[in-house]
Design a binder for this molecule. Structure first.
Ligand SMILES: Cc1cc2nc3c(=O)[nH]c(=O)nc-3n(C[C@H](O)[C@H](O)[C@H](O)COP(=O)(O)O)c2cc1C
Length: 434
């Protein structure tokens, strides 16, 4: 069985129309709905019903700066003309309006896609990032846009992340998504070779004037706030200077991954929460901490130690999408086993839930395959033949994957997730069942 296609697939080319006047297609269960992606300014013609996500007009009204002395009433761009003080106030007002989300799914290429975000939201995540999108390809390639950026109205608060090294291209990409998200985020932390070759991510730490121009461009021209995700420099003072520069350039929220560009292996290098704390103390905008969030105790400790306004989790949430609901894998139960209760929920159940979401919100099979490996990794270690069977399938189907879960269960494999509090574990599991 091939990947189910939505019933309607109007293949209109973005290029048949002038820039920014083309619809964005967002995939949903039975249809793809066309959504106007024009910049929201002064457009009263938007049909609310046609919007799967937010109403750009409403966004504009809610997110525009208060009409103070320094704010021309006709300007929709929030950053423009605002003093530093007003920008900080606006950054906090926006954060408060979103409900000050603390538990956040980090951006992950091929892994923080819509169905996975929705799964995590169901299990306690209060906000989520899209995978990094390549701003130039996003502006040029319709197929890339349709496959790599999908969302739905429940998928909020949402950070849409881009990598970029050209402010104009970044703005063009950002304008296409701004009506459907709460922040446009700039990836300044990717340390991979591909980022070195493409000159983006953490390699822009060598060119801070360019980084400044990227942030300023968005801050001055977008209707949604700009956020950035950075890695730390080896030297704390450099990190603080960098973070302050971003704030001054118009960044409204900063996520700090407490590892340097060279500390690529998250398992080998602990994130430096002290550096995150120093950034939090030096900045006035909301700051998020990233690194070493493996379970809810880490969340608590990290928030206390860094003073950050929220945390991001990546690797651990992939393995255990119910992390933010208080579930943890057996790896972290360790010495405190007696305090932890094996809940009714397990990763196979989470995978089934995820697959159902994929049927509803189609995504490329490579993403689904990746999640199967991440969620069932420990299960496959007990029954490696099942993994081999999966790997031998060049084409996947939902039927095959549901059967794979059944097969593991029939073979007697079950690794529960644990929770501290028995009654909470029971009620969360019952929620899933219902
Ligand atoms: C599979 C995977 C893909 C990732 N892709 C991105 C990305 O697209 N953008 C980004 O800023 N960071 C990306 N990261 C880094 C994470 O967002 C996060 O900063 C890093 O993994 C540290 O968090 P952790 O200790 O919770 O894993 C990725 C990480 C993983 C594991």
């Amino acid at each position: 069985m091939k990947h189910p296609k939505p019933h309607l697939f109007p293949l209109l080319s973005f290029y048949q129309k002038p820039l920014f006047s083309n619809p964005i297609f967002l995939m949903a269960r039975t249809q793809i709905r066309t959504i106007p992606s024009d910049p929201p300014q002064n457009d009263n013609s938007n049909d609310d019903d046609a919007l799967l996500c937010s109403n750009p007009q409403q966004n504009q009204e809610e997110q525009s700066p208060s009409q103070g002395d320094d704010t021309p009433s006709s300007i929709g761009s929030p950053g423009r003309y605002l003093s530093g003080e007003s920008r900080v106030e606006r950054a906090w007002a926006h954060w408060a309006k979103l409900g000050r989300p603390k538990l956040i799914v980090a951006p992950m290429v091929d892994n923080s896609e819509l169905p996975f975000r929705m799964l995590c939201r169901k299990f306690g995540a209060e906000a989520a990032y899209t995978p990094m999108l390549h701003s130039r390809i996003f502006t040029e390639n319709e197929k890339y846009r349709n496959e790599e950026f999908t969302t739905c109205k429940e998928d909020r608060p949402l950070f849409v992340q881009f990598c970029a090294n050209d402010p104009d291209v970044l703005l063009e990409a950002a304008r296409r998504v701004e009506p459907y998200c709460d922040y446009v985020d700039i990836n300044l932390g990717c340390p991979q070779r591909i980022a070195r070759r493409g000159y983006y991510g953490a390699f822009l730490m060598d060119n801070l004037p360019l980084v400044k121009s990227l942030v300023e461009k968005l801050a001055l021209n977008l209707n949604v706030p700009v956020s950035c995700k950075i890695r730390v420099f080896p030297n704390l003072q450099d990190t603080i200077k960098y973070a302050k520069m971003l704030e001054d350039a118009g960044c409204s929220l900063l996520a700090v991954h407490g590892r340097t560009r060279d500390e690529k292996d998250g398992k080998k290098f602990r994130a430096d929460w002290n550096a995150i704390k120093a950034v939090k103390n030096a900045l006035r905008i909301p700051v998020l901490a990233n690194g070493n969030i493996r379970h809810m105790e880490d969340v608590q400790n990290c928030l206390e130690e860094t003073g950050a306004d929220g945390v991001l989790s990546a690797e651990s949430v992939l393995e255990n999408p119910a992390l933010f609901a208080g579930f943890q894998t057996a790896d972290w139960v360790g010495d405190n086993e007696k305090d932890n209760i094996a809940g009714k929920l397990d990763q196979a159940e989470l995978l089934v839930e995820y697959l159902k979401l994929c049927e509803r919100y189609p995504v490329p099979w490579r993403m689904i395959r990746s999640h199967v490996h991440k969620m069932l990794g420990d299960w496959f270690r007990i029954q490696p033949r099942v993994r081999e069977d999966l790997n031998s399938q060049s084409r996947l189907t939902f039927e095959f994957l549901y059967n794979l879960v059944d097969q593991l269960r029939e073979l007697g494999v079950r690794i529960p997730l644990y929770q501290k509090d028995a009654s909470a574990a029971r009620s969360s599991a019952e929620d899933v069942a219902s």
